[in-house]
Design a protein around this ligand. Sequence first.
Ligand SMILES: Nc1ncnc2c1ncn2[C@@H]1O[C@H](COP(=O)(O)OP(=O)(O)OP(=O)(O)O)[C@@H](O)[C@H]1O
Ligand SMILES: [Mg+2]
Length: 279
Amino acid sequence: METIEQLRQQVENLQNQVKQQEKMATLGLLTAGIVHEIRNPLNFVINFSKLSDGLIKDLGDDLEDNADRIGADDLEDIRDLMDSLRENLQKIREHGDRAISIIQNILLYSRGKEDEFIPTDVCKLVKEYVWLSYHAMRASLKNFNISIEESYEEGIPLQPVVPQDLSRAVLNVMNNACYAVWEKSQQTASGYKPMVSVKVCRQGQELAVSITDNGTGMSEEVKRRLFETFFTTKPTGQGTGLGMYITRNIIEMKHHGRIEFDSEEGKFTTFSLIIPLKG
Ligand SMILES: Nc1ncnc2c1ncn2[C@@H]1O[C@H](COP(=O)(O)OP(=O)(O)OP(=O)(O)O)[C@@H](O)[C@H]1O
Ligand SMILES: [Mg+2]
């Protein structure tokens, strides 16, 4: 029999979960809005760099037409400058295109219909969210400076997953890893090299996404409680204690997989998100 106190606690936990989910829904809408707003100016950047490329071509034609009126040295200089300009424009366009594709993916994940399984390049998804987490952590933690090692197996077929959910799971685990190495770097004297390594590979009939960090590691108590709702060791404002709970739901309930972990206090932590391999 559950006591009134236990029931009261459960109700409170559920209320908190609802609040948290409402917050996340708002965040999803906000992301979609921001992404939309950023796409417009980015399109300007890309289109104007294309236009400018055309102008340089015209300029080049004019120059060649009048080559005989310009000294040989000057002509050489102008051609070099124009080559550099063309290269710069090319870079602007390339990186603009890259930004657009990142943004389109975020939009896809934050808007995708709930529970829709979509054939997905898991390596690409993991890579994107690993770096999204890295940049978000760098923006929010002081002196955040880590190296990331990545290894993605080639030739893994597209996997039917719920992309916005799987990406949230990767983000949660990566955020924790980043935080753990950052926390250790704050406690440790110089000489410590904060490091997170990410690996996606096939293991028999399964696909494993593993994230290892050489951060604070976990005590026996943390290992026991880490999937509990609202269990956190972080200061208020830094953690809600829902990350691993949500991650477990996503991996185990939605994707019929499992989570494995290994950790030694003060040394390292590895989390592996393992889902059945299809195709
Ligand atoms: N890579 C890790 N290294 C060390 N401790 C970890 C790691 N991952 C998780 N933990 C421990 O597990 C706890 C629970 O993690 P969880 O992601 O559920 O919550 P959180 O990170 O505290 O908050 P949030 O809801 O913002 O994710 C953390 O507070 C931390 O103590
Ligand atoms: Mg977390």
